[in-house]
Design a protein around this ligand. Structure first.
Ligand code: F6R
Length: 611
């Protein structure tokens, strides 16, 4: 995790000190880690470093980042792995001379042996991090008379592990070196300035012309030049340039107090864009591949796994497919059952989650074909997949996934519907009706937000005083409940668990006592009566019952519920896309009621690039 940024600019390009520009870029990367923050700016023959423990808002003021001027700078926001969060362990790290500064995202697995060797040679280390070894290694090669680029390459050849590096050297004040292996890195090509960062939103204010780097690539940027190499050979840069449709507004809060709330409210637009962007050819290729496959696996982590479970429910219940859905990091269980002719649908909004990346590599090695569902063009998972379907949610900056989840559901639902036609499981009329319904979802989501937001906000006051909650449902509502519970857990720090409602009697109900919150989702006509029984069971134990209930069943449930959140009457296959919205809002407002920052939940970072 960690967020890194590098900028190299022509004189007069920015009308403000470069430290201020770097600080703003870092703010957009803060979702990747917020243990410490730092910047380094090349100043004549030396490099000025300012860094410290804490969040950007506080450290940047304390250390006056905004006042540091120069043409070339790097910055870093940290999610600690090697070495506790502290001033010393904050990046950038420098060599003994202070003329080489490094920022890093990833883990150098052989850093201990490299560090010992460097200490023996007289290098003095000032941090406990793995990163610092690169600065000293470069210094070592420079001392031996290597030119900066050669010193950088020689140092890289010694490093094992996962990394995205950006390196500034005082010797070359208009150039920044970079290298990528596993951790993400994107170049932004601007006018009079070039950028390199962990993610596109960092520099979106300045450019939407990007090159997404691939594993094994390294090189340098200058204000008017991008040079990339791989295995000693230059890469054709022109061929790799992409124009992305994201706008600077998408990377700013636009008046919302938090990115998460903005992103929840952006869901109608994100869903619309995803529906409008459906690439029939790509879908048809995927459908053919699935129809001709032996087994279908679906994998993802966290929220993406929950989307996978909902897709699995549709594939199994509607199409009769025998799909296997797994949490990416648990792929090893399946190694003996994967073979040629299998398909794995890998879901990852960032396209960079290491657990999912490692899993698809294992699937590919055993002959499976991979379908990626991702929100980030050219990211690692799509690149290593045979087929790609993109969601069009725009950049998601809040750590908790919201609009990327609903757009993943849109893609999986459309896929299931199209497969329904191809497999003869749906008539053309049924398909058309369902697609019509999907096209109404943006309005339905808008309507639900307007009708429940106030009520959810009021409810959050009650929930914020609780230590635990259950989310119960049946059928397709179970993975939806898992997503609701994850949201509450991760941003409001309330222990929330999802269960199939029927299963609640087999143990979980023991925890229920007066006032214990239980959130029921009622989506599917077939499960209404059974769920009514489950609500009664909870009510009999004096639980505080909250229900997401379709309008047609409100009368039936009303007496049993402390809080009724009325939902539109909507086919259960599409309902999760709408029902998740009140759950997202509940988590958001509860976090705010407890005084937490929902955009930066403790211990978490968006895009998990360490296993
Ligand atoms: C939860 C959340 C995480 C991610 C998970 C996978 O709100 O955001 O659980 O869903 O880390 O990330 P991607 O989808 O980028 O692979």
């Amino acid at each position: 995790m960690c967020g890194i940024i590098g900028i190299t600019s022509l004189q007069g390009n920015f009308r403000e000190p470069i430290g201020k520009v770097v600080r703003r870029c870092l703010e957009r990367l803060e979702y990747r880690g917020y243990d410490s923050v730092g910047i380094a700016v090349i100043k004549g023959s030396s490099i000025e470093v300012r860094k410290g423990k804490g969040k950007i808002a506080e450290v940047s003021v304390r250390l006056s980042f905004d006042e540091v001027d120069g043409l070339t700078a790097i910055g870093h926001t940290r999610w600690a792995t090697h070495g506790k969060p502290s001033d010393e362990n904050a990046h950038p790290h420098t060599d003994c001379t202070g003329r080489v500064a490094v920022v890093h995202n990833g883990i150098i697995s052989n850093f201990l042996e490299l560090k010992e060797e460097l200490i023996r040679k007289g290098h003095v280390f000032r941090s406990e991090t793995d990163t610092e070894v690169l600065a000293h290694l470069i210094e070592e090669y420079l001392k031996m008379g290597y030119k900066p680029f050669d010193a950088f390459k020689a140092a890289l050849s010694k490093i094992r592990g996962a990394y995205a590096f950006v390196v500034a050297m005082a010797q070359e004040p208009n150039r920044l070196y970079f290298a990528r292996n596993t951790s993400p890195l994107v170049i932004g090509i601007g006018n009079g300035a070039n950028f390199i960062a962990s993610d596109i939103p960092a520099f979106l204010e300045f450019t939407n012309t990007v090159i997404v780097l691939r594993d094994g690539e390294y090189g340098y940027i200058e204000p008017g030049k991008v040079y990339i190499e791989r295995d000693g050979l230059p890469v054709n840069v022109e061929e790799r340039i992409r124009l992305i449709s994201w706008t600077p507004e998408m990377a700013s809060k636009e008046g919302y107090p938090h990115f998460m709330l903005k992103e929840i409210h952006e869901q109608p637009i994100a869903i619309n864009s995803t529906l409008a962007g459906i690439d029939e050819k790509a879908f048809n290729e995927v459908i053919n591949a699935i129809l001709n496959s032996r087994k279908v696996f679906i994998l993802g982590a966290g929220t993406s796994y929950h989307a996978g479970l909902i897709g699995d429910y549709l594939f199994t219940s509607m199409l009769g497919l025998d799909t296997h859905t797994l949490i990416s990091s648990e792929y090893k269980k399946y190694l003996n059952s994967i073979s040629d002719g299998d398909i794995a649908i890998a879901i990852s909004q960032s396209g960079e989650t290491i657990d999912t990346l490692v899993a698809i590599r294992a699937f590919r090695e055993r002959g499976a074909k991979i379908v990626a569902v991702s929100n980030v063009i050219d990211s690692a998972i799509p690149r290593e997949s045979n087929y790609v379907i993109y969601t069009r949610a725009g950049p998601e900056i809040g750590v908790a996934a919201t609009k990327t989840f609903t757009t993943q559901l849109v893609v999986l639902t459309v896929l299931a519907l199209k497969m329904g036609i191809a497999m003869g499981k749906l008539t053309n009329n049924e398909y058309r009706d369902m697609m019509d319904l999907l096209n109404k979802v943006p309005n339905l989501v808008q309507g639900v937000m307007a009708s429940v937001e106030g009520k959810v906000k009021a409810l959050s006051g009650y929930i914020s005083r609780k230590q635990s909650a259950y989310y119960l449902s049946r059928g397709i509502g179970v993975p939806l409940s898992m997503e609701g519970a994850l949201k509450l857990k991760e941003i409001a720090y309330i222990h929330a668990e999802a269960y199939p409602a029927g299963e609640s009697k087999h143990g979980p109900i023991a925890l229920v006592e007066g006032g214990y919150p239980v959130v029921f989702s009622i989506l599917d006509d077939d499960n209404v009566d059974a769920l009514l029984g489950n609500v009664m069971e909870m009510k009999a134990r004096d639980a505080y019952t909250i229900g997401l209930v379709p309008e047609k069943y409100v009368g039936k449930f009303k007496e049993l519920l402390n809080v009724t959140l009325e939902m539109p009457n909507i086919d259960y296959r599409v309902a999760p896309i709408v029902y998740v919205v009140p759950m997202q809002l509940l988590a958001y407002y509860t976090a705010v009621a407890k005084g937490y920052d929902p955009d930066k939940p403790r211990n978490l970072a968006k895009t998990v690039t360490v296993e």
